[in-house]
Design a protein. Structure first.
Length: 330
């Protein structure tokens, strides 16, 4: 079967091709995203595979159905970029990768927390300039600090496990509490309580109508002074304008993000010679207490192996006329 793999980077080719030796699909790798402008490229395929910044809206789904394509294999856990309701109406199946080395994102989250706290980027630049002054690099101990973890699925739970080793007090918020987290001695509270009591707030929940902009102006005003906010989940969980206001007023002491609300507009790779016209992003990047990474939390060899393997298994299930309840969306 012929599968169009959109938003394909060199590492996608490497890992998908390596794992495909066990499946035997005819994989065609395309650098471009799948959206309304590029959907015609999908016409020759029996199924398509997409990533987080592909836009699978009603129009794209209508085109896919007209091409006799009835399955979209997401290479990610999130599915806010696809119109699921319309896919169901058209009889187009959707699969995803719900678990792919949760430790990769959790460890990246901890790396951001430590880098922000100990001001490692600033320290490195100083030393490279032969400046060994410590003034301005003061951090704090994580031990006994209150960390708020919003969402304790696989990634959130992995983060809780790591931070338990740091001796943190951890508050969690999730509509489906984890027994493992409770057994570790941690407490579930409301989002409002978590926001008020946490020194560090880390987001690990899906983006949907209920979570869109959960961190807004009102939420930020209820946070501790100099709070640290970390988002390695989905950009739309935070109201970026509210974040900028919080940074300007010094209410937010630290911000670490691996994703950005409008990141699809910045997903063309190396833009060093181009003008970025997103004023909000440009303003964020000017703050010395902000650390931004380019959606790389998942980017470990273990994760890429799992993503490739699960995606190809999902396609195998589809072509065999089967459904995997763990990875196929209803």
């Amino acid at each position: 079967m012929k599968v169009g793999v959109f938003s394909c980077k060199p590492y996608d080719r490497e890992f998908m091709s390596s794992r495909n030796s066990n499946f035997g699909f005819d994989l065609v790798f395309l650098d471009c995203s799948l959206n309304n402008e590029t959907v015609e490229l999908a016409r020759p395929f029996d199924a398509v595979s997409v990533f987080v910044n592909d836009v699978i809206d009603e129009s794209v789904l209508n085109s896919l159905q007209s091409f006799d394509i009835h399955h979209v294999a997401l290479r990610c856990a999130g599915f806010n970029n696809i119109d699921l309701e319309h896919a169901r109406k058209l009889g187009i199946g959707v699969s995803r990768v719900p678990n792919y080395s949760a430790e990769s994102v959790a460890e990246h989250t901890v790396a951001i927390i430590l880098a922000l706290n100990r001001k490692l980027l600033k320290a490195c630049k100083r030393v490279l300039d032969s400046n060994f002054e410590l003034q301005g690099l003061l951090g704090f101990n994580l031990r006994h600090k209150t960390i708020g973890v919003v969402g304790t699925g696989a990634i959130g739970k992995a983060l809780v496990t790591i931070l338990t080793g740091f001796g943190c007090r951890i508050l969690c918020c999730d509509p489906s509490p984890s027994d493992d987290v409770v057994q570790m001695g941690h407490q579930y509270v409301s989002l409002e309580q978590l926001i008020k009591k946490s020194d560090v707030i880390s987001l690990h929940c899906p983006l949907n109508a209920g979570s869109q902009h959960m961190i807004d102006h009102a939420a930020i005003q209820n946070m501790k002074e100099k709070v640290m906010i970390i988002n390695t989940s989905r950009g739309g969980l935070v109201n970026t304008q509210a974040i900028v206001s919080g940074l300007k007023s010094n209410k937010i002491g630290y911000l670490g993000i691996d994703i950005y609300e409008m990141e699809s507009e910045l997903s063309n790779g190396d833009l060093i010679c181009e003008t970025i016209t997103d004023d909000t992003y440009q303003r964020l990047a000017t703050f010395p207490n902000v650390l931004i990474t380019a959606h790389q939390g998942f980017f470990t060899s273990e994760s890429l192996q799992q993503i490739a393997n699960t995606t190809l298994k999902n396609l195998q299930y589809y072509f065999a006329g089967k459904i995997c309840n763990e990875t196929f969306l209803p």
